[in-house]
Ligand binder design. Structure first.
Ligand SMILES: NC(=O)c1ccc[n+]([C@@H]2O[C@H](COP(=O)([O-])OP(=O)(O)OC[C@H]3O[C@@H](n4cnc5c(N)ncnc54)[C@H](O)[C@@H]3O)[C@@H](O)[C@H]2O)c1
Ligand SMILES: O=P(O)(O)OC[C@H](O)CO
Length: 336
C-alpha cells in the first residue's frame, strides 16, 4: 500500500467513532458511515459526536457520511461496528459496493440469534468474501477510554497473518497497541462470551455478593468460555490473552461497560423492561447470551453461568433463586 490506508467505518456509535479516531491517529484516511444525518453533520462541522462521545474532539481527517457508496470508495478496510443482530441486513445493502480487495473487519462482540454464527461467519455468508479477507479486532477496549487516548492493547485476528499485520500497522498508535493472532474463532468467542460473564458479574455486584463472587465468576466464566472454544477448534491459549482474560477483566471491573452496568441494574432489582429503558447503548450480551447458549448446546458443552444469565434475563428467574441453583450444582474437579 503506497498511499495512506483508507478506512470506511460503518457505525457512528461509541466504538465506531472511537476506533475511527485510532485509525486517523495512525495515519489513515477515515470515513465514518452512520444512519443518522445529524451525527454525520456534527462530525463534519463540529468535529464531535455529541450523542456517543460527548466532549471528545475528533481528528480533522475523520469525515462522516450517510452514503455507503461514498464511504467505501477506494477503501482498503471496511470496518463493521453496528449491533451484531443487525449486521446481516446492513451488509446485504453494502456488499454490492465493496471493492474486490477491501478487507472486512469485525469489531462486534456478539453471536447471531437463530443461526448461532460468529460475526466473521455472517460476513462470509453475506459477502461471499473468503476467510483470508475477513479480520476481527477485539480485546479490552472500552470506547470512552480509547477516545480519551488512554492506553490499551488489542488483538487483530485473521487467518491470513499478512492481512492481520497490514491491519495492525493501520491502527497502531502511541496509545493503541494491537497484537496479531490467527485464531479468529477463539478471539471472537472471547469477545462474545465476556459480555455474558460481564452481565453475570454485574448482577452479582448489584446483589452485593462481594469480590470473592466476582473473582469466582470471572474464573469460572473463563473456564466455560475455554470449554466452548476447545469444542469449536479454538486455541485454548487465546483465552488467557487479550481477547479472553484481558477483556473479561476490563468488562467485569468497569462501570463504563454497558453489559456490566446492565447486570448491576438487574441485580439491584430493576425489571428487564426498566433496565432496557435506562440502557442507551448496545449491551450485546443481552441478546447474545441466548445465542451463546445455543452454540454451547450445539457443541454439547456445559456453560452453567451462561445458562444462569439466560434464566435471569430472558426467563424472569429471580437472581437469588438463580444463585442458589448455581451454588448447589454437584461438586466436581476444577479442570473438567
Ligand atoms: N463501546 C465499546 O466500548 C465497544 C468496545 C469494543 C467492541 N464493541 C462492540 O462494538 C459493537 C457496536 O457497539 P457500540 O458500542 O459502538 O454501540 P453503540 O450503541 O454505541 O452504537 C451502535 C451504532 O449502531 C447504529 N445502529 C443501531 N441499529 C442499527 C441498524 N439497524 N443499522 C445500522 N446501524 C445501526 C447506532 O445508530 C449506532 O451508531 C458491539 O458489538 C460492541 O460489543 C464496543
Ligand atoms: O460496554 P461493553 O460491555 O459492551 O464492553 C465494551 C468493550 O467490549 C470492552 O472491551
Amino acid at each position: 500500500m503506497t498511499h495512506p490506508a483508507k478506512a470506511a467505518v460503518f457505525g457512528t456509535g461509541s466504538w465506531g467513532t472511537a476506533f475511527g479516531m485510532v485509525l486517523a491517529d495512525a495515519g489513515c484516511e477515515v470515513t465514518l458511515w452512520g444512519r443518522r444525518a445529524e451525527i454525520a453533520e456534527a462530525v463534519n462541522t463540529t468535529r464531535t459526536n455529541p450523542d456517543y462521545l460527548p466532549g471528545i474532539e475528533l481528528p480533522a481527517s475523520v469525515r462522516a457520511t450517510t452514503d455507503a457508496v461514498e464511504a467505501l470508495d477506494g477503501a482498503d478496510f471496511a470496518v463493521l461496528v453496528v449491533p451484531s443482530q443487525t449486521l446481516r441486513a446492513n451488509l446485504a445493502e453494502w456488499t454490492p459496493h465493496l471493492g474486490s480487495d477491501t478487507v472486512l473487519v469485525s469489531m462486534m462482540k456478539g453471536v447471531e440469534l437463530g443461526t448461532a454464527k460468529r460475526m466473521s461467519e455472517v460476513i462470509e455468508d453475506v459477502t461471499k468474501v473468503s476467510a483470508d479477507r475477513v479480520a476481527v479486532i477485539t480485546g479490552p477496549n472500552l470506547a470512552k477510554e480509547i477516545a480519551e487516548r488512554r492506553p490499551a492493547a488489542a488483538v487483530v485476528a485473521c487467518q491470513d497473518e499478512s492481512v492481520a499485520q497490514r491491519l495492525q500497522s493501520a491502527c497502531h498508535t502511541s496509545y493503541f497497541r494491537p497484537y496479531t493472532n490467527t485464531d479468529v474463532v477463539g478471539c471472537e468467542l472471547g469477545g462474545a462470551v465476556k459480555n455474558v460473564i460481564g452481565l453475570a458479574v454485574g448482577i452479582a455486584d448489584g446483589m452485593g455478593l462481594g469480590d470473592n463472587a466476582k473473582g469466582s465468576l470471572i474464573t469460572r466464566g473463563l473456564a466455560e468460555t475455554t470449554r466452548l472454544g476447545l469444542a469449536m477448534g479454538a486455541d485454548p491459549l487465546t483465552f488467557s490473552g487479550l481477547a479472553g482474560l484481558g477483556d473479561l477483566v476490563a468488562t467485569c471491573s468497569s462501570p463504563l461497560s454497558r453489559n456490566h452496568t446492565f447486570g448491576t441494574n438487574l441485580g439491584r432489582g430493576m425489571t428487564l423492561q426498566e433496565t432496557i429503558a435506562v440502557t442507551k447503548q448496545t449491551a450485546e450480551g443481552v441478546k447474545s447470551c441466548e445465542s451463546v447458549l445455543d452454540l454451547a448446546r450445539r457443541h454439547g458443552v456445559d456453560m452453567p453461568i451462561t445458562e444462569t444469565v439466560v434464566g435471569i434475563v430472558h426467563e424472569g428467574k429471580p437472581p437469588m433463586v438463580a444463585l442458589g441453583e448455581l451454588m448447589s450444582r454437584s461438586a466436581k474437579p476444577e479442570r473438567r
